[in-house]
Design a protein around this ligand. Structure first.
Ligand code: NI
Length: 261
């Protein structure tokens, strides 16, 4: 069994066959999917998907590039949404200086506010950090994000930063990029990090693994990621699946969630 800790099945890329595809996931070995909010609308979509599919859980939050839309009253709405059953995290939140919009102070402000929200409700966070290594780490340290824990999704930095986040108690999200021939830095991180802190993710529809690079991604391609990790770590694919499932359930506290449903 495989758990996809980060997916965007509400994306328009799945507009034609969303239900057909999602219905195939359990028989394709995907035991559980966490759909991730990236704006107010996609958070709303995530809540709907969670209701519809027993194996879909959700994260509620606004991606740094979308923080221009946020207001205090929308934060109140997020504060309600996050209390729905099956919401297992606040995210994806963070900083994105690759797109570099809206301006950095706005991104930082709403990053901190959403970290506050996670603290208030006692949920882990899903962190998006692109070309913003230092500021992300500084804010997370200042805000003691280690208290909430969570995942650095689609980890794209080197071993040094991996060590920092691992020391804070975070998990690292590993996806399709690890299968790319030129992903030397990520392969080093995978080699370095303990299996106890790895979770698998697609970020679908983006970042399909080889041999589907550039195509639409889905959780059904995660076995290619499992294979790449097993080769780097020198362990069996079964072990990669078992460890990363355990980790995902622990990180998102899925068992606690199931007890209260
Ligand atoms: Ni994402």
């Amino acid at each position: 069994m495989i758990i996809d800790t980060h997916a965007h099945y509400d994306d328009e890329a799945f507009g034609e066959d969303r239900d057909a595809l999602l219905s195939q996931l359990p028989s394709g070995g995907i035991g559980l999917v966490v759909n991730i909010g990236a704006s107010i609308q996609t958070t709303q979509n995530t809540l709907e998907l969670m209701e519809r599919y027993s194996f879909v859980y959700g994260a509620v939050g606004v991606h740094p590039s979308e923080t221009g839309e946020l207001t205090e009253s929308l934060m109140d709405w997020l504060g309600e949404a996050v209390r729905q059953p099956k919401v297992v995290a606040v995210g994806e939140i963070g900083l994105d200086y690759y797109w570099d919009e809206p301006e950095r102070d706005i991104q930082k402000h709403w990053f901190v506010r959403q970290l506050d929200l996670a603290r208030e409700v006692g949920l882990p966070v899903v962190i998006h950090s692109r070309d913003a290594a230092k500021d992300t780490l500084d804010i997370m340290k200042e805000q003691k994000a280690g208290d909430m824990g969570g995942v650095i999704h689609c980890f794209s930095y080197g071993v040094e930063l991996a060590r920092e986040y691992l020391n804070m108690g975070f998990y690292l999200g590993i996806g399709g990029v690890v299968t790319f021939k030129n992903a030397k830095k990520l392969k080093e991180v995978v080699e370095y990090m303990p299996m106890e802190r790895m979770v698998l993710e697609t970020d679908c529809p983006y970042l399909a693994p080889e041999p589907f690079r550039g195509k639409r991604n889905s959780s059904l391609y995660l076995p290619y990621v499992v294979k790449a990790v097993s080769e780097i770590k020198g362990i069996s694919q079964e072990e990669v699946m078992a460890k990363t499932c355990d980790n995902a359930r622990k990180m998102y506290r899925i068992d606690d969630q199931e007890r209260t449903l």
